[in-house]
Structure formats: structure tokens, C-alpha cells
Design a protein around this ligand. Sequence first.
Ligand code: G6P
Length: 371
Amino acid sequence: TAAEKDGYDWFMRKEIFEQPGAVAATLLDRLNEQGRIKLDESTISPGDLREINKVIIIACGTANYAGLVAKYAIEHWTRISCEVELASEFRYRDPIVDSRTLVVAISQSGETMDTLMAIRHAREQGARVLAICNTNGSTIPRESDAVIYTHAGPEIGVASTKGFLTQVVACYLLGLYLAQERGTLFGDEIANVLEDLRATPDAIAKVLNDLGAVMKLASDLVDVPSVLFLGRHAGYPVALEGALKLKELAYIHAEGFAAGELKHGPIALIEQDLPVFVVVPPKGRDQLHDKVISNVQEIRARGARTIVLAEEGDTEVIGYADTLITLPKVSTLLQPLVATVPLQVFACELATLKGHDVDQPRNLAKSVTVE
Ligand code: G6P
């Protein structure tokens, strides 16, 4: 009913605007009396935790993209190798899993059958399973050895939004927890990341207060047949998620690519007026920022319509952006938490203008309980 939607036209739009609160809630109360990060539930002993030599993240759809974002942080902080795999692929390829493997299942609903079957398979092979889930008491956390709950509140829109951001946050908490238990980060390094994470709700709110360019873009592009998304490093899964949202809601062809792969194929798709979103990494010690700006130049030279997401104050990119969407300054690893938001809004708005049912797109279900 309209009342439940709080005045918004769609649950999805309401949920997009709930994201600052959902992220803040997911970060709340994560430390024990000693000031150390704790899990919500765990029967994994400290000794077993130290033995872990591989993390495999398993999920479907948007949750899988949250896992792809998390891989960058988990490997960086813990120095444990981290694979991310679609749940539906995992158990049919005879994966290498043993008691030293930590399988992380990410699921908003906690009931996705592909993910559930994958963790059952992992446990049969002796793996420890940790669930990241938004639904208390659902099947996936019940069948896991440890749990971190996201506190997004109920998500009604079929296309996941606050579910995604809170999954990324929960994965980061897991990465910091593993780094803490295994001693790969110092206490003050962990405290610094936590402080940065606690600043993200305000940064997300800032994005939500500045949607003019995105809304205009949606009305300009309402009839385009295809849209591409490019990103690099943690911005690569953001590109995948931006494309997925557009497919799910607007039913138009959309693809996400790793910006560095452009020259290995996708550049052949670039033609006059093709809209291409590019997520530009913050300027850092690595060269990624400059490399992605070169990609923007390359596609613009071929006539593409460039829609550039870049942090405020990034003057280098302005000359090559047909549309500039400014993001608040955050670290590279936290950029997905702000960069995803305009892409969600874009898909929601474009689908609304097309007259689609945003909350219940055709052929999709919120929770897929068949394999
Ligand atoms: C369905 C939904 C997607 C969701 C995926 C995983 O396909 O339509 O939006 O990302 O399931 O759902 P889960 O509840 O496991 O996160």
C-alpha cells in the first residue's frame, strides 16, 4: 500500500533512500568489551580460524557482485586468497574445498536454493561456512557455522539495493575480523577503516541529495537500446551491478566490463552516441585513475556518450565527460558504497519512465527457492 511506501512511488526507491540508515545499522554494535570486532554468531574456534587458507564467496545475482567487491578488500587486508563464485556453478565443478576453507555465503533472503545447495556441498567437504544474511533465522544462516547479519530491514523491491550495500559492509567487517584474528592488520589500521566506514552513511546521503544529473540522464536516455558500464578494481563489480539493474528493471541490453579489458574486445562495440557509464577510481598511489581516464578519452574519441562517475574535485576528467556525476571523496575500497547509488537511481528512474513495474519486474522473483 501507499502508506508502506512512505510516499515513494516504489518500494525500490524507498529502499534506495534508506541506504544511509541501513549501512549505519549494519555497522552498529560490532565491537566487544575489548574493542575487538565480533561476529553475530560463530562456532568456529580461534584455532580453526587461524588455519583458514582460502576464502570462497558464494552467492547469486546482486549478492555475487557484493562478493566481487569484497574480494579486493579481503585479500588486501588478510592476505588470504579469496575466490568469488556463482552459487549455481560452485558445486558442479568439483571445487577444491577442505577444513581450511572458509566458504562465505551471501544472501539477502537466506533462502536462495542455489546458494543453500552450494553451502551444503561445502560442508560435506569439511569447509567452515559463514553466512552474510539479512533475514534472521532463515535457512542459510541456520545451516552455517557463523553469521554476520546485515541490518537493512525488509527489502521488498525485487531488485536488491540496500541489500547490496549492507552486504558489502558486512563483508568488510568480515575482512577486518579475519585480519584482526590473524594479525595481518594492526589495531589502529582496523580502527581507521571502521572510522571510514562509519563516515559512509553521510557520503551516501550526499549522493542522494544530488541526483539532478542522474534524473535528467534517465529522461534523456529513455529510448536507448543499449548501455555499457566500465569500471576497474572495486569499480568493476559496480559496473556489473549497474548493468544488472538496468537489465532487471528497464529490460534494455546492458553490459558491464572491466575498463582494462576495453581494448581486448568491448571497444569494438563503441559507436556514435552509445551511452557508456565509467566509474573512475579515486586518485591514489596506483595508476588506475589515470588509466581509466584514458579509457574515457578513447571511447569519447569514437563518439560514445560518456557518463562519468568521479570524485569531487577530480578536474582531470571534466573535459571528457558528457555527463559528470560527482561522488563524495572516499577511499578506493569504499567507493562502491557511493558509486553504486546513482546507478540504482538511474535504473529505477528509467524503468519508471518506461512504465514498468519497478518493484516486480517481469519474470523475476525476490527469492528463488528452486535450483
Ligand atoms: C534473485 C533476486 C536478485 C537477488 C538474487 C539473490 O534472483 O531477483 O535480486 O540478487 O536472487 O538473492 P539473495 O536473497 O540470495 O541475496
